[in-house]
Write a protein of this length. Structure first.
Length: 260
């Protein structure tokens, strides 16, 4: 996606301030985990507690436990959206990768289990996939990953908090959910998944995260020597883009008439 950088630069908005002491990320046992950004290549990785939480995105759950999971959780952004569609624009302090993959996740393991995930391919999780993947976030945080909101946790492939280890990576710990990781610089949809019942093999709930009726996306981008993660609503074509599209359609119509 070619996001308009001039819009981002002009916006003062919802930039998240990375301040405070370095503390371990909050896991999903609270029902409201930290939102964790991870990136990796074959040699090492980077992870950061974004300083925001699952409930900042989708609010507290409306089902107290798994037995009440027939209700649908909120899947629209719970916070304010800037006029240009930006939700967050976050500097990834200490980021050291020039290529590789990234994903984003948050979890709730205290009730019916909920997940916020980045997605590049349609997910079709079952209840057990959601439960186990949410628990994988707790395990991942327990390794020392995303240990700070100030600067990222940087490690090698041999470190326990390596982001592409058996407890994390594209498959979120190998729990049946894949397609969460995308190339650096590429955009991914953000999605919400949740357990629908206590029956492990039943289909879990799944929906795109939206804000103002638009899908929410996330992507990394470089400004000078710094790398940022931007979370925003999916852009619509600008006026000049629409004009080119309409001109193209008109040309196709003209060619079709000439051939008929």
């Amino acid at each position: 996606m070619n996001f308009k950088m001039k819009t981002l630069v002009a916006a003062t908005l919802m930039a998240v301030t990375m301040s405070g002491a370095a503390n371990a990320a909050t896991n999903g046992a609270t029902g409201n985990s930290s939102v964790i950004f991870s990136a990796w290549d074959d040699n090492g990785s980077y992870s950061l507690d974004l300083g925001t939480y699952l409930n900042d995105f989708i609010g507290a759950d409306n089902a107290a436990n798994i037995s009440k999971a027939g209700t649908v959780p909120n899947t629209s952004f719970a916070g304010a959206v800037a006029v240009d569609g930006t939700l967050f624009d976050i500097k990834l302090t200490g980021f050291n990768l020039t290529s590789g993959l990234w994903n984003l996740a948050a979890a709730d393991t205290s009730g019916r289990q909920r997940l916020l995930l980045s997605e590049i391919a349609p997910l079709a999780p079952t209840n057990i996939n959601v439960k186990n993947s949410a628990n994988s976030l707790n395990t991942y945080v327990g390794t020392g990953a995303a240990a700070s909101t100030v600067t990222g946790t940087v490690g090698t492939a041999s470190d326990p908090y390596y982001a592409n280890s058996a407890v994390w990576g594209d498959g979120i710990g190998g729990q049946g959910i894949t397609g969460t990781a995308n190339a650096l610089g590429a955009s991914s949809n953000l999605v919400v998944a949740w357990a629908t019942s206590a029956t492990a093999g039943n289909a879990a709930g799944f929906a795109n995260l939206t804000a103002g009726g638009k899908d929410v996306i996330a992507f990394t981008h470089v400004v000078g020597a710094d790398t940022y993660l931007t979370i925003a609503t999916a852009p619509v074509p600008e006026a000049n883009t629409w004009a080119m599209m309409l001109a193209g359609l008109g040309l196709l119509g003209f060619v079709a008439r000439r051939r008929s």
